[in-house]
Design a binder for this molecule. Structure first.
Ligand SMILES: *[C@@H]1O[C@H](CO)[C@@H](O)[C@H](O)[C@H]1NC(C)=O
Ligand SMILES: *[C@@H]1O[C@H](CO)[C@@H](O)[C@H](O)[C@H]1NC(C)=O
Length: 413
């Protein structure tokens, strides 16, 4: 009898908790998913809501209540047009020996765009589903990176390395920066288990890595927990307190203000680069508007997507002090061994074009709003036997490097 009562209490408690979480999730979703003007069902299972531009999540932020949306930046960094020739074509860096390898004109698109388009004055928003939130450890943590996901290349504190198992293979520049640009090829790395991820991105950074880091990030990622599948997706991220209370992926919190009606943050991108085959890449430019201080983002060949208002930040209101380019994975080492989650193509950088992942035409924006190659770049990797990075400086690729790796292998047990 006691046993039965006990069981009943447990069952009641569990179902109440479950119901409680469900109500919390539904409430959260009704705040997150704004009523759409039109919805598009993408072949990859996503629903893309076309939300009126003035009703987007960003304007729930107390700082942005009276914000007047900017539809265009006041300035683009200069010589952006000179560079257009190089932007969408994948060129071989190594001259005649490798120019016989297949290399294709890479135009990356988003799948949902093949089904429909969002009308003017709306923005495409990937709808968050109940299952998406239920996969997160809590409603609060949904859409956020774990703590200490930064690479701290300067003064390497052993305690910080491998905390939460975040691993990097990056190149970085230090100085005073007003933006950054790069072209990176796009892959579909294998993820060992759902709570790990693999991404490739640009970081725009300033502040203390331990407490109040300001970061603006954009690139591509595979993250089963965040999206519920293994697709390669375009993403953005921001934080103003070292990934603690502020910031999130994509449009999952108030922050980034989107102006573009063609590209959805968090939506799948294709085609993907093939080992020994065609290479496809994306170009991302992030720069600070000298007049208003907002950080703008451009995707591909001139699509301005929107901006992070200056008021979101403490340090990035002025300038950035470090730019990073490269890859990051989570290694949970769940079975006592290093994860087999791949970074980039899953090949080591020594493999070069057609096999390794690259960042090319790496540039920074200087105080005169000009794009130029960084004076110095350094590289950093916690465990080069697992994921490595290698700079190169030849051919017509400007400043560039290869980075990537397979994770677990005989030298990375
Ligand atoms: C927004 O503007 C209204 C009217 O000008 C003003 O009363 C209100 O205080 C402003 N709110 C904020 C958060 O600035
Ligand atoms: C993602 O890939 C892993 C293997 O890498 C596989 O086990 C898993 O079922 C895939 N998940 C989905 C949702 O397709």
């Amino acid at each position: 009898m006691v046993k039965l009562v006990f069981c009943l209490v447990v069952v009641l408690y569990v179902s109440l908790c479950y119901a409680g979480k469900k109500v919390e999730v539904l409430k959260y979703l009704s705040r997150l998913n704004k009523p759409p003007i039109k919805s598009i069902k993408s072949p990859d299972g996503d629903i893309i809501d076309c939300v009126h531009i003035s009703r987007q999540r960003a304007f729930d932020h107390p700082f942005l209540k009276n914000h007047t949306i900017k539809m265009e930046p006041n300035y683009h960094p200069t010589w952006i047009n000179n560079n257009d020739i190089k932007v969408s074509s994948v060129m071989n860096e190594d001259g005649p020996s490798s120019s016989s390898k297949p290399s294709k004109h890479g135009t990356i698109t988003q799948l949902w765009n093949s089904i429909g388009q969002c009308p003017k004055e709306t923005i495409p928003v990937r709808r968050t589903k109940k299952e998406d939130v239920l996969r997160a450890s809590s409603v609060k943590r949904y859409g956020k990176k774990g703590y200490s996901t930064f690479a701290k290349p300067n003064s390497i504190d052993p305690d910080l390395i491998n905390q939460n198992g975040h691993q990097h293979a990056i190149a970085y520049a230090q100085g005073e920066f007003y933006g950054a640009k790069a072209t990176m090829n796009v892959w579909n790395p294998k993820i060992h288990q759902p709570n790990e991820f693999s991404l490739s991105q640009i970081w725009i950074l300033k502040g203390s890595f331990a407490s109040d880091l300001n970061s603006i990030e954009a690139g591509w990622q595979v993250s089963p927990d965040l999206y519920g599948d293994n697709n390669t997706r375009l993403f953005i991220y921001w934080t103003s307190d070292a990934y603690q209370a502020t910031g999130c992926y994509n449009l999952l919190c108030s922050g980034f203000i989107q102006t573009n009606n063609e590209i959805a943050m968090g939506a799948s991108i294709s085609p993907i680069s093939q080992l020994h085959g065609s290479q496809f890449d994306i170009t991302i430019l992030i720069w600070k508007d000298p007049d208003e201080g907002n950080w703008w983002m451009q995707f591909g060949n001139g699509k301005v997507l929107g901006y992070w208002p200056a008021t979101l930040f403490s340090y990035l209101t002025e300038s950035a002090s470090m730019i990073q380019w490269g890859g990051e994975v989570v290694n949970t080492a769940s079975d006592g061994q290093h994860t087999t989650t791949q970074m980039g193509s899953g090949q080591f950088p020594q493999e070069g074009f057609g096999k390794a992942s690259y960042f090319k035409n790496i540039q920074i924006v200087d105080e005169s709003n000009s794009l130029r190659a960084p004076k110095d770049i350094n590289t950093f990797s916690e465990q080069p036997n697992c994921y490595d990075v290698q700079t190169r400086n030849n051919g017509n690729w400007g400043t560039h490097f290869y980075y990537s790796g397979p994770g677990r292998n005989p030298n990375c047990p």
